[in-house]
Design a protein around this ligand. Structure first.
Ligand code: PMP
Length: 431
C-alpha cells in the first residue's frame, strides 16, 4: 500500500477521541526539524507539546537509550533497584530543594493523581482546590481536576467529588483590567477573597487536602500568575495546613527559563509534579515531596507496572546531562529575549487595526493571543504555517491563542526562521 493510501484507508480506524491535526505522515526528526515520508522538512515549534526539549534525537539521548535497550528494557520498579532510576533520583535532587523524595509514573495525568493521593493520605482530608482554566490530564481523576468547560473534561457521569474551583489570577482577562488604578494586586486579592469565601461557605479549610495549580496555565492560554501571587497562596496554605501542589508537567525542566517555574516566584510547593520534558520523549513522570509526607503512603500504594521504566530513566539522566553540559537554561533565556523582541517588532504590523496581539509567557513558553480576532483565527494560522511555510505550531484550548514551545536547544538562526515563517503565515491569513 502506498503511503498516502495508508493514511486515507486507515485513519478512520483511529478513534475520533484522538484528534490528529493533519494528514501528514511523519518519518523521522532531528533537532528542531521534523521530516515527513515525502521528504519535506518542518520547523518544530511544538516540541511534541513541550516534550522534546533537548531537540529530536539528541545524540546523547539516543546513545543512552541504545545502550540501555541492549542491556534491559523493563526492570520493574517493584522487584529490585536499578542504576538509571537511582542515578535519576540523585540528579533530580539537585533541583528540587527540600522535596527530596520521589515516586514515578508514566504520564503527567498519572503523576497528578499520585500527587492528590499523597495529599489526601498525608493530611487525612478529602477535598482539593483547583483553578478555572487549569488542565491536569485526561484520566478520570486528572480530568475531574481540570477546568469544567475544558474540552477534555467530558460529561462522563459523576466525577471525583470534593473538587472546588477558584479563579486563576489572570491579569490579562480580568474584567476590571482596564479600570484606572487596577493592578495585579487586585487580581491576587480577588483570588484570596474567593478562597476565604470558599472556606466559609463551601468547604471548611480543614477538609481541604491541597491546592493544585499550574504556575503558568498551559492549555488554559499560557498565562503566568503575577508576581507576589504564590507568596500569598503559600501563606493561605500554611495558615490552614493545606498542601500546595505545583503541576509543572508543562512548565518544568527549563521550559520557562528556570528548571522549575516556581523558582520565578521563589516559593517551594509541598508536592512538585513533573513529566513531559523530563525524559526527552520517553514516557516518564514523577512527583517530588518531603520524605515525611511521602512516608505516610502505605508501601505498594504508588507506581505501577511500567512506573519509572529503566529506558525512560536512562533518557532522563541523559536529558539532565544535556541540560547541564550544554547550559540549556542559558539558551532558553537568550532565545526567549530574541523571540519576544522579534514578535513585538514584526507581528503587530501585519495585523489589521482591529486585531491586537497579546504576547506573553516565560522563557520558551510563549503565548500569542489575537484579541478581537474572528473565531478560528489562531487555528487558521497553524494551518497556514504548516501547509504553506512548513512551521509546526499549536493553539491553546481557549481564546484565539497560539503556543510557541520550541525545543530548548533551538539556535538563533532557526528562531529567526521560525518568526519569519510565522509572520508570513499571519500575513496570509489576514489577506
Ligand atoms: N498537567 C499539565 C499542566 C499538562 O499540560 C498536561 C498535558 N498537556 C498534563 C498534566 C497531562 O499530562 P499527560 O498528557 O502526560 O497525561
Amino acid at each position: 500500500m502506498n503511503l498516502d493510501a495508508l493514511v486515507s484507508n486507515t485513519k478512520q480506524h483511529l478513534g475520533h477521541g484522538i484528534d490528529v491535526a493533519s494528514d501528514l505522515l511523519v518519518d523521522h526528526a532531528l533537532g528542531c526539524e521534523v521530516i515527513m515520508t515525502n521528504g519535506q522538512s518542518y520547523l518544530d515549534l511544538t516540541s511534541g507539546i513541550g516534550v522534546t526539549s533537548t531537540g529530536h534525537c539528541h545524540p546523547k539521548i539516543v546513545q543512552a537509550v541504545q545502550d540501555q535497550v541492549a542491556k534491559m528494557s523493563h526492570a520493574q520498579i517493584n522487584l529490585f533497584y536499578n542504576r538509571p532510576l537511582l542515578t535519576l533520583i540523585q540528579r533530580l535532587r539537585r533541583y528540587t530543594g527540600s522535596l527530596d523524595t520521589f515516586c514515578f509514573n508514566n504520564s503527567g495525568s498519572e503523576a497528578v493523581e499520585s500527587a492528590i493521593k499523597l495529599a489526601r493520605q498525608a493530611t487525612n482530608r478529602p477535598n482539593v482546590i483547583v483553578f478555572y482554566g487549569g488542565h491536569h490530564g485526561r484520566t478520570m481523576g486528572a480530568m475531574a481536576l481540570s477546568a469544567p468547560t475544558n474540552i477534555y473534561n467530558a460529561a462522563l457521569g459523576s466525577h471525583m467529588p470534593g473538587v472546588y474551583y477558584v479563579d486563576f489570577p489572570d491579569t490579562v482577562h480580568c474584567a476590571a483590567r482596564d479600570t484606572p488604578g487596577h493592578s495585579a494586586e487586585h487580581c491576587i486579592q480577588n483570588v484570596m477573597h474567593q478562597l476565604d469565601t470558599l472556606f466559609k461557605q463551601r468547604s471548611q479549610s480543614n477538609d481541604i487536602a491541597a491546592v493544585l495549580i499550574e504556575p503558568v496555565l498551559g492549555e488554559g492560554g499560557y498565562l503566568a500568575a503575577p508576581p507576589g501571587f504564590f507568596q500569598c497562596l503559600r501563606a493561605v496554605c500554611d495558615a490552614h495546613g493545606i498542601l500546595l501542589i505545583a503541576d509543572e508537567v508543562q512548565t518544568g525542566f527549563g521550559r520557562t527559563g528556570r528548571m522549575f517555574a516556581m523558582e520565578h516566584w521563589g516559593v517551594e510547593p509541598d508536592i512538585l509534579v513533573m513529566a513531559k520534558g523530563i525524559a526527552s520523549g520517553y514516557p516518564l513522570s514523577a512527583i517530588a515531596s518531603r520524605k515525611a509526607l511521602m512516608d505516610t503512603l502505605p508501601p505498594g500504594s504508588m507506581g505501577g507496572t511500567y512506573a519509572g521504566n529503566i529506558i525512560s530513566c536512562s533518557a532522563a539522566v541523559a536529558t539532565l546531562n544535556v541540560f547541564e553540559q550544554e547550559r540549556l537554561l542559558n539558551n532558553v533565556q537568550a532565545r526567549s529575549v530574541q523571540l519576544l523582541r522579534r514578535l513585538h517588532a514584526d507581528l503587530p504590523g501585519v495585523l489589521p487595526p482591529m486585531i491586537q496581539v497579546d504576547i506573553r509567557g516565560l522563557g520558551l513558553m510563549i503565548g500569542l493571543e489575537f484579541i478581537h480576532a474572528p473565531l478560528g483565527f489562531a487555528q487558521r494560522i497553524t494551518q497556514y504555517s504548516r501547509d504553506r511555510h512548513r512551521l509546526l505550531l499549536l493553539t491553546a484550548s481557549v481564546y484565539e491563542t497560539l503556543r510557541l514551545i520550541p525545543p530548548l536547544v533551538i539556535d538563533a538562526a532557526s528562531m529567526d526562521a521560525a518568526v519569519d515563517r510565522l509572520v508570513a503565515a499571519v500575513r496570509d491569513v489576514v489577506q
